[in-house]
Write a protein that binds this ligand. Structure first.
Ligand SMILES: [Fe+2]
Length: 345
């Protein structure tokens, strides 16, 4: 078995598993910022990714399953209760996925979410957020249930071979894995072994909402894009001009560029680059014909920090303004640099 554990800076773990005989691979809990890493591993190991699997609907980070699945044309595997419409292969407790000579055994372990599964491959158990090293998943987010979590932990996972290695979806210390025996002995959440006390302990926890909860649920449930994905996609289709280059040009007699400020009116009136034309991003498509009659004009688009201007520049290029470029960074940095500013309408 080929095996790689891939972590993000925030401790999200994903797992790349491949059968060397058949050269087939699966990725468990891929994360959107590590997609190039997975594709690089597949190339390095000489294997092809056949499946991507999410252990549950993630509420705290952006799943990479839909993007890899679309790019490679491979099925997304999740539990049959997953609300995500893009799941191709729905699985349930007691089923298995064959990956060449490897068997991936599915255990339905609701509690953290209703659609949580764990995946057992040889002596490794991929526990998602059901069982963590020294902890367990919270049960207070949508579809969580502490009673179900109790059954999943005590009546299912903890009855497996104690030597089984535990690989969770998040690791908050510097370990790479543990074993069920270690968790049974040391995991503080597993020390209250009767149902009532365990459930009471889970209900007492007051945890802060994960960052990006609504965006993560929106994109992971629908397969839609995150804001960062939209901006990254736009950035691949535009070129940029530096602040220094724009400054040099406006100081010269013939700047050769039209500066376009796409912020809201009050921001423009408070201070803009001298000579800039103003069209708010929201009105861009409907006003370009009057405001920018020459599509061959070289246009430098800017906003406050450089994100909205990237989207706006991609829109202008789509509309035929093939010489539109985005300012690298934005008005905030322009002011910090002490460059000239003009105010008023
Ligand atoms: Fe989770």
């Amino acid at each position: 078995m080929i095996f790689h554990q891939i972590a993000t800076e925030r401790g999200c773990q994903s797992y790349f598993i491949a059968c060397e005989q058949s050269c087939t691979a699966i990725i468990i809990d891929p994360e959107e910022t590590r997609i190039d890493r997975y594709l690089g591993l597949a190339a390095q190991d000489g294997v092809r990714i056949h499946y991507v699997l999410d252990t549950h609907t993630h509420a705290d980070h952006f799943s990479g399953t839909i993007e890899i699945a679309r790019e490679l044309g491979v099925p997304v595997i999740m539990h049959r209760d997953s609300p995500a419409p893009y799941v191709d292969l729905r699985v349930d407790d007691g089923e298995k996925i064959n990956l060449g000579k490897l068997s991936l055994n599915i255990l339905h372990t609701p509690g953290h979410t209703a659609d949580s599964i764990c995946v057992q491959v040889e002596d490794k158990l991929f526990t998602g957020d059901t069982l963590l090293i020294g902890g367990c998943g919270r049960s207070d987010l949508p579809s969580g249930d502490p009673e179900q979590l109790y059954d999943s932990l005590f009546n299912k996972l903890l009855s497996l071979d104690p030597g089984t290695k535990v690989y969770p979806a998040h690791i908050y210390n510097n370990r790479e894995h543990s074993t069920l025996a270690e968790e049974i002995a040391d995991n503080p959440r597993l020390q209250l072994r009767d149902r009532e006390n365990f459930v009471a302990q889970m209900r007492r926890l007051t945890l802060k909402e994960p960052d990006h909860l609504s965006e993560a649920l929106r994109t992971n449930l629908s397969g839609g894009k995150t804001v960062e994905q939209l901006i990254a996609a736009a950035a691949r289709h535009v070129s940029f001009m530096s602040l220094e280059e724009v400054r040099r040009r406006i100081d010269s007699d013939d700047p050769g560029v039209l500066l376009l400020d796409v912020r809201e009116r009050d921001a423009y009136e408070r201070g803009h680059i001298p000579g800039a034309t103003h069209i708010p991003r929201g009105q861009l498509e409907l006003r370009v014909n009057q405001a920018l009659p020459d599509p061959t004009r070289r246009i430098v688009v800017y906003c406050e920090v450089g994100r909205v201007s990237t989207l706006a520049t991609a829109t202008l290029r789509d509309m035929g303004f093939t010489r539109a470029v985005a300012l690298d960074k934005g008005m905030q940095q322009w002011i910090e640099n002490g460059y000239p500013v003009e105010s008023g309408s």
